[in-house]
Ligand binder design. Structure first.
Ligand SMILES: Cc1cc2nc3c(=O)[nH]c(=O)nc-3n(C[C@H](O)[C@H](O)[C@H](O)COP(=O)(O)OP(=O)(O)OC[C@H]3O[C@@H](n4cnc5c(N)ncnc54)[C@H](O)[C@@H]3O)c2cc1C
Length: 430
């Protein structure tokens, strides 16, 4: 392929597609390479797309995008062996424009998003692996693809290859991710009749629920999720790779634990598994973000480690980073300068956006969880035990129940330890 492009995008996930749409819409000659058969064919995520990032590009996208349900409830479950303590927030207003988030299936959604980039003028080349970034005098000038005669040249390459980020690792921009910097997630798509979902989750019309679950990861750093789609639920578990390999646990066993938990089992009863998928997740946050801008090169989305564990965000950060990188490429084209300096408005815009501000805010959070295993193991069961003790109406005076609950707590943790852990937890998110 001898043609030259203004912008070469590697990877047609949310980050790459947001970048390609932005540059193509501004009239820049843009090409996207995707290794999968079509965008979304190799992609998976838990299932929540927070609406704000996409509505900045497509103000009424919910009118045309293939979305599953508008999420009106966020429910948190702390599980012990046979109990659940629940925190929940539900509002009908999240079920109306401008919406908060939608459950989404990537095979459909990424395909739709790619269509928007192509409509804007981008050329999408599927089933093509970018094997290498071509360098000249320290500047990225193109990509080497797996196709015959497959070197393609351009002014800027936007790397949106996702968490593996092999291309930027090869350039020495970052080291291989360590086991405490990435997680592994497994997910099943379980089909259920629409009416069953409405009844079991107390939903009306197109409303959906996002459930986040702690206490089913055998004490490893991680959590589980369950999101409702139109006629299926997405259920899965994600854990830090280091823990999974140290504990020699097969992620498949974790999803079985979850599905067989007495609180979860009735929610999926009668359903049949339609899909099983596994994927890595960047988990280290702010401290692992590589330099985002280089001569002729920008890095966006998961390839830049842009996810926030505590809030379950990733796809929205990918879309925003892709859009901002696209806008920087447009500016660089106007100025005829694709050096790191000419592309620096990407880094500046990111620093000003919620993406970097939030990542900075939660920079110690993953480490806090990792070094305080009790949060994911001991505390959910302890909390359930105490709540059960206090709530059970069994003829014991309440004052005695409260004393018993205090004793249960003290047996496991001193007040001093509790305060110390709470203080460190608080510090990790401020
Ligand atoms: C289990 C799990 C649950 C998650 N849940 C959520 C959630 O509920 N909400 C949320 O916001 N985020 C969630 N995330 C995170 C979210 O999936 C990512 O943050 C988001 O997909 C990042 O988008 P991206 O475009 O950067 O990368 P990706 O979506 O990974 O896309 C990368 C694309 O690049 C292609 N590619 C890779 N290498 C090459 C190459 N060399 N040449 C050509 N093409 C290439 C891939 O095929 C892919 O299409 C979850 C992740 C996992 C694993």
């Amino acid at each position: 392929m001898k043609e030259r492009f203004d912008v070469i995008v590697v990877g047609a996930g949310p980050a790459g597609l947001a970048a390609a749409y932005t540059t193509a819409k501004a009239g820049l000659k843009t090409i996207i390479f995707e290794r999968g058969e079509f965008p979304g064919s190799k992609n998976m995520f838990g299932g929540v797309l927070f609406a704000h990032s996409l509505s900045e590009m497509f103000p009424d996208f919910w009118e045309e995008a293939p979305l599953e349900r508008a999420l009106v409830e966020e429910r948190y479950w702390l599980l012990s062996e046979d109990s659940a303590t629940t925190f929940s927030f539900k509002t009908k207003s999240f079920g109306q424009p401008p919406y908060n988030g939608f459950s989404v299936l990537r095979a459909k959604f990424d395909r739709w998003f790619a269509g928007k980039a192509v409509e804007a003028g981008a050329l999408l080349v599927n089933e093509t692996l970018v094997e290498k970034l071509i360098q000249k005098d320290g500047k990225t000038i193109g990509v080497q693809t797996g196709r015959e005669d497959g070197d393609v040249y351009g002014d800027v390459v936007i790397v949106a290859e996702g968490v593996n980020s092999l291309l930027t690792k090869e350039l020495g921009i970052h080291e291989e991710w360590r086991g405490n910097e990435v997680g592994v997630g497994v997910k099943e798509l379980i089909s259920l009749p629409k009416e069953t979902i409405q009844e079991r989750f107390n939903l009306e019309g197109n409303e959906g629920i996002a459930m986040r679950i702690l206490g089913t990861t055998r004490g490893m750093t991680g959590g589980a999720f369950l999101y409702t789609n139109k006629a299926s639920v997405s259920i899965g578990v994600a854990c830090m790779v280091e823990d999974v390999s140290n504990e020699c646990v097969c992620p498949n066993d974790l999803i079985d634990d979850l599905k067989n938990h007495p609180m979860v089992k009735p929610l999926i009863a009668g359903g049949s598994t339609k899909e099983y998928s596994a994927h890595m997740i960047p988990e280290a946050g702010f401290r692992s973000i590589p330099e985002l801008v280089h001569d002729g090169l920008m890095i966006v989305g998961d390839a830049a480690m842009l996810t926030i564990l505590i809030t379950g965000e990733g796809a929205n950060l990918a879309v925003t980073s892709g859009r901002l990188a696209g806008e920087a490429a447009v500016k660089a084209k106007e100025n005829g300068d694709f050096s790191a300096n000419g592309l620096s408005s990407y880094k500046e815009a990111m620093d000003e956006s919620y993406v970097i501000k939030d990542l900075k805010q939660f920079k110690d959070f993953a480490g806090y969880f990792h070094s305080n295993r009790d949060i994911l193991n001991l505390y959910p069961s302890l909390l359930n035990g105490i709540v059960k003790q206090v709530i059970a109406t069994d003829g014991l005076p309440r004052s005695e129940k409260i004393e018993r609950a205090k004793a249960m707590l003290k047996e496991k943790k001193s007040y001093w330890q509790l305060m110390k852990e709470a203080w460190h937890g608080w510090r990790s998110i401020r």
